[in-house]
Write a protein that binds this ligand. Structure first.
Ligand code: GLO
Ligand code: MG
Ligand code: MG
Length: 444
C-alpha cells in the first residue's frame, strides 16, 4: 500500500510527446521548479500568518509518536493514485526530530521487506534503524505487525490453513523481538483481515480461538525474550476497526476487544490491553469519548491512535481536530481527568493534496501543535470555575432529601439541570476563546 515507489519525474506534468523539443522541455521543468518555489513560499507566509508554533523542545514534552507509515504515506487509495514520493525511515526520523516528535512507530514491513523478515538482513536493518534513532535523538515507542496487506493474509491471520496460522504466529513473535531490539515498550495489533467478505464460510468461534492461540504464543515469546534480555515485557495492545478492509470484522470495536481479552481464551490477559483509534470508534457510530471511558474502567487504555474523520464513513484518517474540534476537547478532558498521558500515536494520513514538502512543513507540525493546544485547553476547561461549580452543584443535587416521589425529585432538580446546557455553552466558549473576551465585531 505505502510501498508504491514512484520516480520524482512521474510527479512532474510531462509535456505532450513531440510538441516541445528538448530545450523547451528543460525550460518547462525549470518553470515548474520556479513556480513550486513560489508556491512553497506562499504556503510558508500563510503558515506564518496562522500565528506562532511550539518549539521542538515543547513538543517533545508530550508523549507523541509519529508512525513511519503516516509520514511515508503516498496519498494512494482504492480509487486514488499516489501523489507523493516514497520517504525512507531515516528521512522520516530526521524530520520528526526537527519538528520535535520524540517517538517513532513502525510496522515490521514498513522498514523490512516481507522476504527479509526473520533473516540476517532483518538484523542488519534493525541495527541501522537503531543507529538512525540514536543519531536523531528519537526513541521507538511501538512496533506493529502488518497482517492485512500481503497476499498471505487474504483469508486473514487466523485462516483455516495451519501453514498460514503458524506463519502468522511467527510474524507476531518476530515483531515482539524487533520491538525489544528497537527499545519499544508497546506492540499493537490491528487484525484488519480477521473477518470475511462472505458470510457463513468460516466458523467465527474457531477463528477467534485460533487468533487467541497466536496471541498466547506471542506473549510467551515476549516473556522468554524479555527475560533473556533482562527487560520488562511489552504492553500488547489490540486495535479494532469496524470495517475495511474486510466487509465484516470479528472484533469490530474496542468493546469487542475488551470482551475478547477477558473471554478466558487468553493465557496472559494481564499483558494485553487496547489501542483505540479515535476515528475507528466514530466509524461504527459510537462516541469515541464513551469508548475511551469504558476502556479506562476496564484498566485497558494503554495506547491511543489520534486522528479525525466522519461518522459511518470509511477510514479517512484525517489530521487531529480538523473535523470534530469540540469532541476532541471533550476527549482530552476525559483523558486528562483520568491521568492518561499517552502514548498519543498520530495514526493519520496527511491529505493527498499535501505535497512531500508540505507533509513535514505543514501537516505534522500543525497537527502536533493543534493537539498541544487542545490538551492545554482541556486542562483549562477542567479547572474552569464555571464548569467546576456547575458540575459540583449537579453532583450535590437539588436537596429533595430521601423520597419515593418522582415528581417532587424532578421538581427539586429541574433548575439545576439547566446547568447541562450551560456547561456545554461554556465548553464552546473555551473552544473558540470567547471566555477570554473574544467577540465578533462588525455585525450589530
Ligand atoms: C488502520 C489502522 C492501522 C493501525 C496500524 C497499527 O486503519 O489504523 O494504521 O493503527 O496497523 O497496528
Ligand atoms: Mg490505527
Ligand atoms: Mg484509521
Amino acid at each position: 500500500m505505502w510501498k508504491v515507489a514512484l520516480g520524482t519525474n512521474d510527479l512532474v506534468q510531462r509535456p505532450i510527446e513531440g510538441y516541445f523539443d528538448g530545450g523547451e522541455e528543460e525550460l518547462m521543468t525549470n518553470t515548474i521548479a520556479e513556480s513550486s518555489a513560489k508556491q512553497q513560499s506562499l504556503v510558508e507566509r500563510l503558515l506564518e500568518m496562522c500565528g506562532g508554533s511550539y518549539s521542538p523542545e515543547t513538543r517533545r514534552k508530550y508523549y507523541i509518536s509519529g508512525p513511519q507509515w503516516a509520514a511515508a504515506y503516498q496519498g494512494q487509495a482504492l480509487f486514488h493514485a499516489p501523489t507523493r514520493t516514497a520517504v525512507s525511515p531515516a528521512e522520516v526520523m530526521r524530520h520528526y526530530a526537527e519538528i520535535g516528535i520524540g517517538f517513532w512507530t513502525t510496522h515490521d514491513t514498513d522498514v523490512i521487506r516481507t522476504e527479509d523478515l526473520m533473516t540476517d538482513r532483518q538484523t542488519e536493518i534493525v541495527a541501522g534503524l537503531n543507529k538512525s534513532l540514536s543519531e536523531n535523538g528519537l526513541k521507538c515507542s511501538m512496533v506493529t505487525c502488518e497482517t492485512f496487506f500481503n497476499e498471505v493474509w487474504s483469508a486473514g491471520p487466523a485462516a483455516e490453513s495451519p501453514e498460514v496460522r503458524s506463519y502468522g504466529t511467527e510474524r507476531l513473535k518476530n515483531v515482539v523481538r524487533i520491538g525489544h531490539d528497537l527499545g519499544a515498550k508497546f506492540a499493537v495489533y490491528w487484525p484488519g483481515t480477521l473477518g470475511y467478505l462472505m458470510q457463513g464460510v468460516i466458523d467465527e468461534t474457531q477463528t477467534l480461538r485460533w487468533f487467541a492461540e497466536a496471541l498466547n504464543a506471542t506473549c510467551e515469546e515476549d516473556i522468554s525474550y524479555a527475560k533473556r534480555r533482562n527487560e520488562p515485557t511489552l504492553k500488547h495492545c489490540l486495535e479494532a476497526k469496524p470495517f475495511e478492509p474486510q466487509a465484516e470484522i470479528l472484533l469490530p470495536t474496542t468493546d469487542a476487544m475488551i470482551g475478547f481479552i477477558s473471554s478466558g481464551l487468553l493465557t496472559h490477559p494481564e499483558m494485553v490491553g487496547v489501542n483505540p483509534e479515535y476515528l475507528h470508534e466514530l466509524m461504527w457510530g459510537g462516541a469515541p469519548r464513551a469508548s475511551l471511558a469504558r476502556a479506562i474502567l476496564a484498566g485497558k487504555l494503554w495506547h491511543f491512535d489520534v486522528n479525525d474523520g466522519y461518522r459511518l464513513k470509511h477510514d479517512v484518517d484525517l489530521p487531529v481536530a480538523l473535523v470534530n474540534p469540540l469532541d476532541w476537547l471533550n476527549v482530552l478532558m476525559l483523558l486528562r481527568a483520568h491521568g492518561f498521558e499517552g502514548p498519543f500515536n498520530f495514526d493519520y494520513k496527511p491529505p493527498r493534496t499535501t505535497s512531500n514538502w508540505g507533509v513535514f512543513k505543514v501537516s505534522f507540525p500543525t497537527a502536533v501543535d493543534r493537539f498541544i493546544v487542545f490538551w492545554e485547553m482541556a486542562g483549562e476547561a477542567l479547572a474552569d470555575p464555571v464548569i467546576h461549580e456547575a458540575t459540583e452543584a449537579l453532583k450535590a443535587g437539588g436537596g429533595a432529601g430521601r423520597s419515593n416521589d418522582a415528581r417532587s425529585i424532578f421538581e427539586a432538580n429541574k433548575e439545576l439541570l439547566t446547568l447541562h446546557e450551560l456547561i456545554s455553552h461554556r465548553l464552546v466558549q473555551i473552544l473558540i476563546g470567547s471566555h477570554k473576551g473574544r467577540k465578533f465585531f462588525g455585525t450589530h
